[in-house]
Design a protein around this ligand. Structure first.
Ligand SMILES: *Cc1c(COP(=O)(O)O)cnc(C)c1O
Length: 323
């Protein structure tokens, strides 16, 4: 780990929770008798699909922006994102009264682009398969004096994301296992800080799309593995690599990284829609898909599942469930 890396701690998660009070929803923890019966376990679903702007990303974005100094607030924020981070930054910037520019891929879901514009964010489009989004974001930041807030590899973002798991443990008490969707690792690393502080014995699993298992490769090899943009329906986890900060915590505090196939994600989406009346986007289904596949090892346990987001066009939801 480079000396310059300043990792957040649980104190930062607790401080983020105070900043978020009155701004983020304390999302419900839902139960399902059908899920409990299927797995022979007690399941606790933390519903960040019901968070403001439809995903946990509001937590990290708001926490990071709330810490800006007056000069940064005047310059505003720039972000690059496949969708939910974009909406989170745009909404947080609007609440805090600063300008926001969002760099988005050409194939981002229409609902996410529209919602970002709706929250007042200025959208710049790039080609996901050709352009380097981080370079575009950095150039904008330099030219216009804006502060770049990355979607996951930032201590304030990670600390903010950890507040969801903190709320979950506060409500349920210790759990035996917790399943968390994994893209670049902001949510998983923040959840790890909360888990190790509030439920140290709890097994913590990150779950990635099968087509993009760079996190699993990184976790098992001990170095950050880079991959091409994976083709998966889980558009919120199409990341090419973990972050330096997120990986340092994931390595230290997470028990394993698992994967789920697109077919398993569709089946989980179907379960949420039909049994729990919840709209969950494909990426939000990663945790439950992996828990179902691990059923034999979860028998009799208390199991947390983090549902990370619900931003899916209804047309796409219908097509995925019909297909
Ligand atoms: C961003 C996102 C993820 C992945 O989060 P990371 O912090 O990048 O690991 C998972 N689910 C949803 C809905 C997301 O928007």
């Amino acid at each position: 780990m480079p000396d310059t890396l300043k990792l957040p701690t649980f104190d930062d998660v607790a401080a983020a929770a105070l900043r978020l009070e009155g701004h983020a929803h304390r999302t419900p923890v839902l139960r399902s008798r059908t899920a409990d019966e299927e797995l022979g376990a007690q399941l606790f679903f933390k519903c960040e699909n019901l968070q403001r702007m439809g995903a946990f990303k509001f937590r990290g974005a708001f926490n990071a922006l709330a810490k800006f100094d007056p000069a940064q607030r005047r310059g505003g924020v720039v972000a690059f994102s496949s969708g939910n981070h974009a909406q989170a930054i745009a909404l947080s910037a609007r609440i805090l009264g600063m300008p926001a520019t969002i760099v988005m891929p050409h194939d981002a879901p229409a609902a996410k682009v529209a919602a970002t514009r709706g929250y007042g964010g200025q959208v710049v489009i790039y080609d996901r398969y050709k352009d380097d989004r981080e370079q575009i974001g950095r150039e904008l930041a330099q030219k216009h004096g804006m502060t770049l807030i990355p979607p996951y590899d930032h201590p304030d973002v990670m600390a903010g994301q950890g507040t969801a798991a903190k709320e979950l443990f506060e409500e349920t008490g210790p759990l035996d296992a917790l399943f968390v969707p994994l893209g670049g690792g902001g949510l998983l690393s923040g959840s790890a800080l909360a888990t190790r502080a509030l439920a140290p014995q709890c097994k913590l699993y990150g779950v990635e799309p099968e087509a993009g298992n760079d996190g699993q490769q990184s976790f098992r090899s001990g170095r950050i593995v880079h991959i091409d943009t994976p083709k998966t329906i889980a558009d919120g986890a199409q990341t090419q690599h973990l972050g330096q900060h997120t990986f340092a915590i994931i390595r230290r505090d997470v028990d394993d990284v698992l994967t789920a196939s697109d077919a398993q994600l569709v089946e989980a989406m179907r379960f949420f829609a039909t049994r729990m009346k919840l709209v969950v986007e494909p990426t939000g289904c990663l945790g439950f898909a992996a828990a179902r596949a691990m059923k034999a090892q979860l028998h009799g346990l208390r199991v947390g599942v983090l549902i990370s987001g619900g931003n899916v066009d209804v047309e796409r939801l219908g097509a995925l469930l019909a297909g």
